[in-house]
Write a protein that binds this ligand. Structure first.
Ligand SMILES: Cc1cc2nc3c(=O)[nH]c(=O)nc-3n(C[C@H](O)[C@H](O)[C@H](O)COP(=O)(O)OP(=O)(O)OC[C@H]3O[C@@H](n4cnc5c(N)ncnc54)[C@H](O)[C@@H]3O)c2cc1C
Length: 593
């Protein structure tokens, strides 16, 4: 088991109410040799074995896909999260993160790999009986069998609990499954599926269903992207599933589904980051060699702005992912558990479910922005298949749709914060009351502080207070009916995402500067640009949310309070983006790798 030095003990969502020291967060720069080794293994596998095979995978050569899954298994890339006792390699969540980042570059194969290594292996490891784990995990982890995850149905995607697939209990304790699942990754060739069905039409339950039990799949879907991964319907017509293949408890399928999603969202965020670094490298190389008006397009300010902004967004995502992995690992390490028992990891991902949703939404949206700009930098060449930019763009679009759409995840972010507050796990309500008093009192003059990024840290403090203020007003205004006010919830999610991203970026830049690294000034540039722009986005979201909730004098008072909080003096982002872009183009790669 790898260990990392994570000193922070913040609980889920608690970053909203506390300001950790710069050295209290895990950053990519603090990776151990073991983390780097597993990252290198994944990277070399993708570069040397998957990318050269991509065309054949896109022609739906599933025998090749199976071989590559086996090869990933032989390298330990299928069981990063699983203890050796079941055939895994039992590494920490930072390792899990670096593997997901690297596998993302394998395009469609990343989906094939993830549906088995994450969506099938993880539920069995977390919820399986000892017999189920012994029976299925070793084979899944060598790639001898391949997994798939059957949750969505034609009539129920986001509303997963509305599934209609039925499991009828038989006298001998077995179940007969009837129904249809939709858009199932690896549907065309997987051997084992985690399938959700309602026992006797009522109790939502997870099952382990082997293809050999009689599962049929529909035709391959014609998709916008990910052409090298299999996506089909699954058809269950009187499929008999033995009693011992219930996964978890009858009627508790939601626990399996939602907890697996907490893991999966975090890993999807990591995959998005991996795609982002790669695209930045492509954009930088292209901009250095493509000449127009007698000079490389990289010399134009408009292109520097794009490359600079692509890097800034990737930096923020990378920072929040490693910070979150550090929190999860610290929590697991602090929770007493047996070596082979996944309960501590399960509890840790439940604890940081808000952060996992942030990683998924912020990661997938940063990636789509970056891939869109990558096409723009490639001009006409971005629109044709001779260059990979158009494929990345198509492949990535689904990231905002699966693992819970970004709308569903945005609703979850404030929803889970409120739930934690009401359960007493997060002191949000006293913080909102204290903030109200502070804002109604006389303005306090900010103390002068010449510490690195002091202005940014003050701004981030204000971002967090803005979340507390707007969420506090929303809870007061709507009470139990807050869930009906989706537009307000979306704004709050946006503010919270920017606050977490901005703080993660700033804390990382401070941590790097403390080490006197030569690259520290570039880290500081990236963090400062992100914080500067986040301030403007947050002000817009806060104004919109407040105006939706209150009016007249109350609105005026609150807007004045928001303005007071968010009085952030703009910095010269142009000069900083240019520095970042120049360094990126000079290296021909994401400069923080
Ligand atoms: C390539 C691919 C691979 C996939 N792989 C798998 C897999 O392996 N296993 C699996 O089980 N599923 C898989 N899926 C399915 C995927 O998880 C669903 O498509 C996704 O959950 C969204 O469900 P839906 O398509 O029914 O959209 P809908 O739920 O119909 O949503 C449509 C729109 O309405 C919005 N919406 C829905 N409900 C609400 C609400 N309450 N409030 C606000 N807005 C709402 C959504 O955000 C979205 O914008 C895959 C999908 C694709 C495209």
């Amino acid at each position: 088991m790898l260990t990392i030095t994570e000193t922070s003990t913040l609980r889920g969502g608690e970053w909203l109410l506390q300001s950790p020291a710069g050295d209290a967060v895990f950053t990519p720069e603090r990776m151990t040799e073991e983390h780097r080794l597993i990252a290198q293994t994944a990277q070399e596998f993708v570069d040397n074995e998957v990318l050269p095979a991509l065309d054949r995978l896109e022609q739906k050569d599933w025998a090749l896909a199976r071989d590559l899954v086996k090869r990933a298994g032989s390298l330990g890339l299928l069981g990063v999260d699983v203890p050796e006792a079941y055939g895994g390699v039992g590494l920490d969540k930072v390792s899990s993160l670096v593997v997901s980042e690297r596998m993302a570059r394998s395009a469609s194969f990343g989906a094939t790999w993830g549906a088995s290594a994450n969506l099938t292996v993880i539920p069995i490891y977390l919820f399986g009986t000892e017999a189920q784990k012994q029976k299925y995990l070793p084979k899944l982890l060598t790639g001898e069998i391949i997994g798939g995850y059957g949750l969505s149905e034609p009539g129920s995607g986001s509303d997963a609990l509305g599934a209609r697939t039925r499991a009828t209990r038989q006298a001998d304790g077995s179940f007969i499954l009837n129904g249809e699942k939709m858009w199932i990754t690896n549907g065309g060739f997987a051997d084992l599926f985690v399938v959700f069905a309602k026992v006797d039409g009522e109790q939502f339950t997870a099952f382990l269903v082997e293809r050999a039990f009689g599962v049929k799949n529909g035709k391959e879907e014609h998709k916008m992207g990910l052409h090298g991964s299999s996506t089909t319907a699954l058809i269950f017509q009187d499929v008999k599933v033995p009693a011992e293949n219930v996964l978890g408890e009858i009627g508790k399928g939601h626990k399996v589904a939602f907890n697996v999603l907490n893991f999966a969202r975090f890993k999807l965020g990591a995959a998005c980051a991996g795609g982002a670094y790669a695209a930045i490298g492509e954009a930088a190389k292209y901009a250095a060699t493509r000449r127009q008006f007698g000079q490389p397009i990289a010399s134009f300010g408009a292109i520097k702005h794009k490359i600079g902004e692509m890097v800034v967004r990737a930096y923020a995502i990378e920072s929040l992912l490693y910070r979150t992995a550090g929190l999860v690992d610290a929590r697991i390490a602090a929770t007493p558990h047996e070596a082979n028992d996944g309960s501590a990891a399960l509890a840790a991902f439940e604890e940081y479910a808000v952060e996992a949703s942030i990683a998924k939404v912020a990661g997938s949206e940063a990636l789509d922005y970056i891939l869109d700009e990558n096409i723009q930098i490639h001009g006409g060449n971005g629109f044709v298949k001779d260059y990979p930019a158009e494929r990345h763009y198509r492949d990535a679009r689904v990231n905002r749709i699966f693992e819970g759409t970004n709308e569903i995840n945005r609703l979850l972010i404030p929803g889970m914060l409120v739930r934690r507050a009401l359960k007493g796990d997060l002191a949000l309500i006293p913080a909102a009351k204290a903030l109200q008093d502070e804002l109604l009192g006389p303005p306090s003059m900010p103390s002068s502080d010449d510490a690195l990024l002091a202005d940014e840290r003050r701004a981030i403090d204000a971002f967090k207070k803005t979340v507390v203020m707007v969420l506090g007003v929303a809870m007061q205004t709507y009470g139990q009916k807050l869930t009906d006010e989706q537009e307000v919830l979306m704004h709050i999610a946006d503010i919270a995402m920017d606050a977490y991203s901005a703080e993660s970026a700033a804390l990382r830049a401070i941590a790097v500067s403390d080490t006197k690294s030569q690259r520290a000034p570039l880290h500081v540039d990236a963090a400062r640009v992100f914080v500067n722009d986040a301030a403007m986005r947050i002000e817009t979201s806060a104004r919109q949310a407040l105006a939706a909730m209150v009016d007249g004098d109350t609105l005026r008072t609150m807007l004045a309070a928001a303005r007071r909080l968010l009085k952030v003096t703009p910095i010269n982002t142009t000069v900083r983006r240019r520095r970042i872009a120049d360094e990126t183009v000079a290296r021909g790669s994401y400069p923080f790798a």
